[in-house]
Ligand binder design. Structure first.
Ligand code: EPU
Length: 352
């Protein structure tokens, strides 16, 4: 009897103890495939697990989602917290719209497919983006004319010092092109546990992006559904972008620069054929991929660090490149684009 009680208590205590792994390779956890080590690694399965941990583990922490927007250049000494919080749920259901909650550790693309299968529109253009729900707001993921902010309602996150669960509404997140408050003022301060999006039951199809229109025409689809748009996006992405399970990469390595009208006019005089997108505030966005290609880098490689042959904005790890080698290649590309066009490229990928 007593032994049973002892065993039950012991079992209970054990399950409450976080199982921190020591000295593990992070290679399977980052899409660049960098073989660096984590001194200590812990999977977080719920908000409560993290809140229980914080009083005894003072940090520093290193938060890991899908590892799809990072370049690791060295071993990680901080405690790695891998977001594994799972949840996919409709929390409010109205006539035309629904609010969907998702755990920070959910896979983004699987979530998109889940929504599409339920007929919920708004994120079909964001199909096949690697990464997790928790990471999506940090850089306000975007593709083919849609950004996360367009459907974002709120998120919940734990403050890593106090352990308090806090709610952030859309305005609190200060979203901009591949930017949010979590990349700036609040960088590294919060662990995103839950994201709430507002999706539509009668979605407006957004095929403003030329490539989608062309692909749908090739597919002979005249009145596309959200499923068709998703299929077209999956087709475009898989033909242009390297599959991270086959060749290491983190998608676009740089952001598309947003130039002042004056700087753009000067550039256009020298290069009249430059693709460009006017922004509402008068500035002009130009594709970094085009600048990099014009500077002669497309398809080039230095050792195993390369510039992708089909999309110059993507840097790739051909096999055994080290993080520092990718970073050096990136710096060479930045210097060359600056020299040739006077344009400074800033990184989209986070370097550690
Ligand atoms: N271009 C070139 N050469 C290249 C690459 C692009 O000339 O090697 C030109 C294209 O011809 C086109 C223009 O640049 O005129 C834009 O190219 P693309 O449509 O491929 O998009 P992007 O601007 O290079 C951005 C996002 C992608 C997103 C696509 C589609 C950024 C930093 N990147 O790329 O996002 O999928 O648009 O919307 O904004 C990511 O963030 O990781 C990512 C892949």
């Amino acid at each position: 009897m007593l032994t049973d009680l002892y065993n039950a208590l012991n079992k209970k205590n054990k399950s409450n103890l976080p199982s921190i792994k020591n000295n593990i390779s992070l290679k399977p956890y980052n899409t660049f495939g960098m073989n660096v080590k984590a001194k200590r690694f812990l999977a977080i399965n719920s908000a409560k697990e993290l809140q229980d941990l914080i009083p005894s583990e003072k940090g520093p922490y290193f938060i890991l989602g899908g590892g799809s927007n990072m370049l690791l250049t060295k071993d990680v000494t901080a405690l790695v917290l891998k977001n594994e919080i799972k949840e996919k749920k409709i929390i409010r259901d109205f006539k035309n719209s629904v609010y969907v909650a998702a755990g920070g550790g959910e896979d983004w693309h699987q979530f998109v497919l889940w929504c599409i299968n339920k007929g919920l529109g708004g994120i079909e253009n964001l199909s096949l983006i690697p990464g997790t729900l928790g990471a999506a707001p940090i850089q306000n993921i975007g593709a083919y004319g849609v950004e996360l902010k367009d459907v974002f309602h709120a998120l919940e996150a734990i403050h890593l010092k106090t352990g308090k669960l806090e709610k952030f509404k859309k305005a609190d997140c200060q979203f901009a092109y591949r930017e949010s408050v979590f990349k700036r003022k609040l960088k590294g301060k919060y662990f995103i546990t839950r994201v709430i999006l507002k999706l539509s039951k009668s979605p407006k199809i957004n095929v403003s992006y030329g490539a989608i229109k062309n692909t749908l025409a090739e597919m002979k689809i005249k009145t596309p559904t959200i499923k068709d748009v998703s299929k077209a996006v999956i087709h475009i992405r898989s033909t242009k972008l390297p599959d991270p399970t086959k060749i290491g990469n983190s998608g676009s390595f740089f952001k598309n620069p947003e130039l002042s009208a004056r700087q753009f006019t000067k550039l256009q005089k020298a290069k009249p054929q430059i693709p460009h997108y006017p922004l509402p505030d008068g500035r002009v966005k130009v594709p970094a991929g085009w600048l990099i290609e014009q500077a002669g880098w497309k398809g080039k490689r230095i050792g195993d660090a390369g510039c992708h042959a089909k999309q110059a904005l993507v840097l790739v790890n051909h096999k055994n490149a080290k993080g520092m080698e990718i970073l050096k290649l990136a710096e060479k590309i930045q210097a060359s684009v600056k020299k040739r066009f006077g344009v400074a490229l800033s990184r989209e990928v986070n370097v550690f």
